[in-house]
Design a protein around this ligand. Structure first.
Ligand code: SAM
Length: 205
């Protein structure tokens, strides 16, 4: 069995060199993307509940990508697939503009040490790319169990003029995750009774 690494450093040269090719998507129909999908539990639930929606996971750990694709095939989920890419360098090349209905950033950044903060996934550059990829009215969901991380992400997102916070400026979603799917990390947080910080942004135009 292939060993699955706990983390890879996205700044390592091998990952920092753009290498993704444009992903093939159907001409019509909604598309959802999870950035940093890991085992893609969230997308497996979304894909099973929404067979007409194409679900795409983006993940930097290649072994996880292979495993997701194998399980999707074995489970007969033709609308789910994962691709190997570094969100911080590959996203623009990977996805067509104005094509994605929903983007999920579920529990990113396991980097707590200050010297690792430069590895953050949600940068101003990535937010610009996300904006370009979303259809008008398309949505970005961000979730984290780390309040400081959620606040940092909110600061980046509030700066993005063309994304609007669905609950009003500087607001978290109060209720449950509105997408009726739970990632593995969310399950683990729920089992430990931990608070989860969520924000929903939509592309205005
Ligand atoms: C803490 S895990 C969360 C996984 C899943 N979203 C969940 O909620 O259970 C973060 C995932 O993002 C991936 N990741 C981190 N940086 C990335 C990057 N720059 N590009 C693509 N994936 C990345 C990691 O390999 C890891 O699988």
């Amino acid at each position: 069995m292939r060993r699955i690494r706990n983390h890879v450093n996205p700044l390592k040269t091998a990952y920092a060199t753009p290498q993704a090719q444009r992903v093939a998507l159907p001409e019509v129909g909604e598309v959802e993307v999870e950035l940093g999908c890991a085992d893609a539990q969230f997308l497996f639930q979304r894909a099973a509940a929404n067979p007409g929606v194409t679900c795409l996971g983006v993940e930097i750990r290649e072994e996880l990508v292979d495993d997701v694709n194998l399980r999707a095939r074995e489970g007969g989920l033709q609308n789910l697939r994962a691709v190997f890419a570094n969100v911080n360098v590959d996203l623009d090349a990977l996805l067509p503009d104005l094509r994605i209905d929903r983007i999920f950033l579920n529990f990113p950044d396991p980097w707590f040490k200050r010297r690792h903060h430069k590895r953050r996934v949600l940068t101003d550059e990535v937010v610009d790319v996300i904006h370009r990829k979303l259809v008008p009215g398309g949505a970005l969901l961000f979730q984290s169990d780390v309040f400081e991380l959620a606040l940092e992400a909110m600061a980046v997102l509030e700066e993005a003029e063309l994304l609007a916070n669905a609950r009003g400026p500087w607001s978290f979603l109060k209720a449950e995750n509105p997408f009726q799917a739970r990632s593995l990390r969310e399950d683990r947080c729920a089992a430990r009774g931990m608070a989860i910080w969520r924000m929903l942004y939509t592309r205005a135009a």
